[in-house]
Write a protein that binds this ligand. Sequence first.
Ligand code: ATP
Length: 588
Amino acid sequence: MSRAAVLWPLPALAACLLLPWLPVLPPFWITLANYIGIAAIVAIGLVVLTGVGGITSFGQASFLGFGAYTTAILTAQAGLSPWLTLPAALLVAALAALVIGAVTLRLSGHYLALGTIAWGVALYYTFANLDLFGRNDGISGIPPLRLFGVALVDGRAYCSVIWVGVVLAALATGNLLDSRAGRAIRALRGGALAAASFGVRTPQSRTLAFVYAAMLAAFAGWLYAHMQRSVNPTPFGINAGIQYLLMAVVGGAGQIPGAILGAGLVTVVNDLLQDWLPRILGAHGNFETIVFGAILVLALQTAPDGLWPLLARHRPRRRRIRYDAPSLPHRQMPPRGSPVLEVEGLRRAFGGLVAVNDVSFRLAAGEIVGLIGPNGAGKSTTFNLLTGVDRPTAGSVSFLGHRLVGLGAPAIARLGIARTFQHVKLVPSMSVIENVVIGAHLRGRAGPLRGLLRLDRAEEAQLHAEAARQLARVGLAEQADRPATSLALGQQRVVEIARALCLDPVLLLLDEPAAGLRHNEKAELAALLRRLRGEGVTILLVEHDMEFVMNLTDRLVVMDFGVKLAEGAPAAVRNDPAVIEAYLGSVA
Ligand SMILES: Nc1ncnc2c1ncn2[C@@H]1O[C@H](COP(=O)(O)OP(=O)(O)OP(=O)(O)O)[C@@H](O)[C@H]1O
């Protein structure tokens, strides 16, 4: 990353400490800035959860409530110091998020969004109806924060504290998203299946995003409680939850500056509307909610990625690759010719349709085998069964002595099976190299905390250097920083091969790798696959380009209507009458 990207917190912190004291800023602006700062922290959490992780939450205000009520109870009622209650507030929110997440994160799409509304409403009524939370009156008498013995009752001093909080939240979130755990969260949107095939435990990544966003909201709630010095349920209801989501979406849900921009815009507009609408309409009511609904629809239509990407469209994000980073350790390859994969009686029925019907074959270390057959023969389904994306109805698969049936995709990836997909699965919002690094997920160890504190730099340098090496190996080094989906489809398939190589695989499953490649690109791909074979990698490839398959493979397994039709050397299979009739007739 550039020096500017690393050093931005220093001037930002200085500005937070100094700007609120400028006498030209009227107290009203300072109060507004305080509300914007608190909202910005919640919206930054939504960057991780919604913008990056793709999990829409209308209930974020509830976690603000957990933070605010925890400190209210512990300070106003139990007499603890406010600073001691911050870890307690974060812990309570994290535990609540774990419990709520365990129930709702199993859902997806609209069901998940509806689920967040459900618990958002339920928690509002919990705060409003339990004596513990002071019912509708809430809890008052919350002490102010104290710093160096001085009570922060002045709005300007509190403004500095809140905005230092915003900078810290932005810094931590930026670090998290730039880490191994953050990459796993980023891969959830559009690439969850692929990420799981490279060892990412996607349920855990979703939970991490949910808990992290909840903890940031609780931090904002803690700040809010000590600013207001009293809490009641109103700011933690579903209306507030919708506004936080609006802030993230309007600003640019996937970007941290966008969250701050959105928090500023929505807070200011909300304030103006609350002031002006009753005057214009001559009546009181929550009219601003109606206007916000209209703004959200308009914003989604005109700038679906939010306003920030429009402002910062031309800023390329390049990472300096440290090629001197030590190489990652390599896996021991099995001796050439030894058994690698044994598939016995594999079957997969989808209702009445048997997509794979009693298929058996074996692969030996260091051979390239083609799995061919007409459209709908069951080739991709076989790949899905081998990689744990799908479970067979019957049959067994053994890989280097490990039984694969019943193992999930991450566990199978860990054993050394990497794959590419028939329908390319790259994360559209990530660069080519970031997509490729996902392939090396299992070769790193850093957890979210190391990422948050930026103690993972040496490992990240290693992972990126490995990705860069694999990109160079497949001839795409020059494209490393381009958005993945800006490449031609054929090249995207080759990026998938680089990603698969990052796993350091024993067995490589390639689903139509040559589709969309030009003649010379196919020749380069064939040369690469031969080199990999020379290094002991075993390759099973599905491919419709018969010339490519015949010239490259050592053996062929032919499928038709789910059954194995033939198996053997390419020349023999080519002359098999059953195969000619089923599939090769036109080229034989
Ligand atoms: N999830 C599913 N539900 C129902 N049917 C499915 C499912 N997945 C695959 N099938 C069916 O199973 C059969 C085999 O499909 P599969 O995609 O494995 O074939 P294929 O050999 O890879 O074909 P192609 O070369 O066209 O990709 C097809 O008839 C397909 O419609």
